[in-house]
Design a protein. Structure first.
Length: 574
């Protein structure tokens, strides 16, 4: 009897541990394993092939919704039709299972993008939902499971559920989470994810669309080890109110993305408004830092027309990887700045920084920012911009553009010696001629049929003076993305400062990008690399093969460890 009682207590304690939204003092780092329209790049087989490398640095990976959405291509899964059929634009269910198992064997858990605020119907027929079977039980939604104020009620249909408990979503039918049948369907779906497919946790999509308490109720029953909500709002109080709303029996049941911090990051790193990093966010609040998932950009914010960060991206990742909370690195940043991010993760883990670490100091000035955080094994000191601080007792661990990161002398960072700089391989069809002023753009797959360029500085226009600018030339295709090239053919001897790519004035365009000569910009507008490795010459007539440059085309006065272009040739300094 005593053994049985002990077993029951142990089981209840384990359930209670899992049902608290996010683990305490968690030292893991998460990867968002996709970006918008990343179908070819992030199919399950492609991700699985990278498991050896990714699992050395990341503990979790969040992937798109894997349920079938009436399409096997060009569908990100945010309007799921089926919940128990998991073939998608990213691969078959067998490929999904293989990927999840491969990462699990290497100690890395997979988090599913759970879309339960709304659901699409078969062949877009409004209220025509499929009948599915799971573990011998049939599941199906009907008009009675759709919120009475759903837009279908104004289009000839009669949903009979209760009123929506959150914000409306016009793209699909809003589910009535007050209803018993919806709850039964959702819980069976979550069971499928955890106990059949092998996911370790959930990222709840558009949680403003239904009352937070339902996330709490679902998690208490389903028992995910990790749960994070997309409460997209720049107000800390809105996000913390949502977190508190998930409480069951007074216990928080889900973490949330630290959107307030995201907006502070944009202002600080793109505009030099360093004091914004002192603003209220989850990760610097002792009551909520455990439930903070920090990020620089994601599949939504990194898209054009949203709020991407284009400046000091490496420094911004250094910031979230030094802060409390659980950092979530975006795949686009991982691919572009892989060596830097590897080093930053090693430093974080070597110092034992976790999601509840203490912030010892945070101080802004007009020229930079100082952050000092204490981990389980040592302290980390981050200097951003031109900030200075007393580094007595610390050693330099890593530095880059607008950041330096130090650790206390006792922290073992010898693993940094094993990280080699990545050589970015740009497509062979991207070529330049001597003295050419040009740029390359890897266009998104959706909606970009013709690409035009608008380039300028404070005095001159380089693309004809009439919007939408000069026509670009398609030079090739990479992973299903068309790559376009703009070349300047005018008489100006200076280079533009800014550049915009647009879809011939059809409403799609990049934000203002900083122009770098011979630069290859990916679909999110991030400068991936320089085709010649040389730029930042402020005159067309300058000798483009003289001097020392880094792989981003920035001229440097001295070479530390890294890869450089010296007089037009690649040099590796170890």
């Amino acid at each position: 009897m005593k053994k049985l009682f002990s077993l029951i207590v142990c089981t209840l304690a384990t359930l209670s541990l899992h049902a608290q939204g996010w683990p305490a003092q968690y030292e893991g780092v998460m990867l968002q394993g996709f970006y918008w329209d990343s179908y070819a790049d992030t199919k399950w087989t492609n991700l699985e092939s990278q498991a050896d490398e990714m699992s050395q640095f990341f503990d979790l990976m969040w992937i798109p919704n894997s349920a079938y959405a009436n399409a096997m291509s060009n569908n990100m899964g945010y309007h799921p039709v089926y919940w128990f059929d998991h073939k998608s634009a990213f691969g078959t269910e067998a490929q999904l299972r293989s990927m999840i198992n491969t990462f699990k064997e290497k100690g890395m858990g997979i988090i599913e993008d759970v879309v339960i605020n709304h659901r699409a119907s078969v062949n877009s027929n409004w209220l025509n939902f499929p009948k599915e079977t799971y573990k011998g039980v049939e599941y199906q939604l009907t008009a009675a499971d759709i919120c009475s104020d759903d837009e279908s009620s104004k289009n000839g249909y009669t949903p009979t559920g209760a009123a929506d408990t959150g914000m409306a979503w016009d793209g699909a039918r809003d589910l009535d989470h007050t209803g018993e049948n919806v709850q039964k369907n959702v819980l069976a779906y979550l069971d499928k994810l955890l106990n059949d497919l092998g996911y370790i946790g959930f990222r709840y999509d558009f949680v403003k669309g239904f009352a937070a308490k339902y996330v709490g109720q679902y998690n208490v029953t389903a028992q995910p080890q990790f749960s994070v909500g997309e409460c997209w709002d720049g107000s800390k109080s809105v996000v913390t109110n949502w977190i508190n709303g998930t409480k069951q029996d007074g216990v928080i049941q889900s973490a949330a993305f630290d959107f307030p911090l995201k907006y502070y990051i944009n202002d600080a790193f793109s505009q030099g408004k360093w004091s914004r990093l002192n603003g209220g966010c989850l990760s610097d609040d002792n009551n909520y830092k455990r439930y903070s998932v920090t990020f620089v950009d994601n599949h939504d914010t990194g898209r054009f027309g949203e709020c991407p960060l284009y400046a000091n991206v490496e420094a911004a990742n250094a910031y979230i990887l030094t802060m409390p909370g659980t950092p979530c690195v975006w795949l686009s940043h991982w691919k572009t700045y892989k060596s830097t991010i590897k080093r930053l993760i090693i430093i974080r883990k070597a110092a034992g920084i976790h999601n509840q670490s203490a912030i010892l100091k945070k101080q802004s000035s007009s020229t930079g920012y100082v952050l000092n955080v204490e981990g389980k094994k040592g302290k980390v000191l981050l200097l951003l911009g031109e900030a200075t601080a007393d580094t007595n007792g610390y050693k330099l661990a890593n530095e880059g553009t607008n950041y330096k990161i130090y650790v206390t002398e006792n922290v073992d960072i010898s693993a940094l010696d094993d990280i080699k700089d990545e050589v970015i391989e740009l497509p062979d069809f991207c070529t330049v001629t001597e003295g050419e002023v040009c740029a390359f753009f890897e266009a998104p797959t959706s909606g970009w049929s013709t690409v035009k360029c608008w380039a300028w500085d404070n005095t001159n226009d380089y693309t004809g003076g009439k919007w939408p600018g000069a026509t670009c030339t398609k030079v090739g295709t990479l992973n299903g993305h068309n790559v376009w090239k703009w070349t300047y053919n005018g008489a100006l001897t200076t280079l533009p400062q800014f550049i915009i790519f647009n879809n011939n004035n059809n409403g799609l365009q990049t934000p203002n990008l900083v122009f770098q000569n011979h630069c290859y910009y990916n679909e999110s507008g991030t400068p991936v690399g320089i085709v010649t490795g040389i730029n930042e010459v402020r005159s067309k007539k300058a000798d483009s093969r003289s001097g020392i440059y880094d792989l981003q085309g920035r001229r440097v006065s001295n070479m530390q460890r890294g890869i450089y272009i010296v007089n037009g040739k690649k040099v590796v300094i170890k």
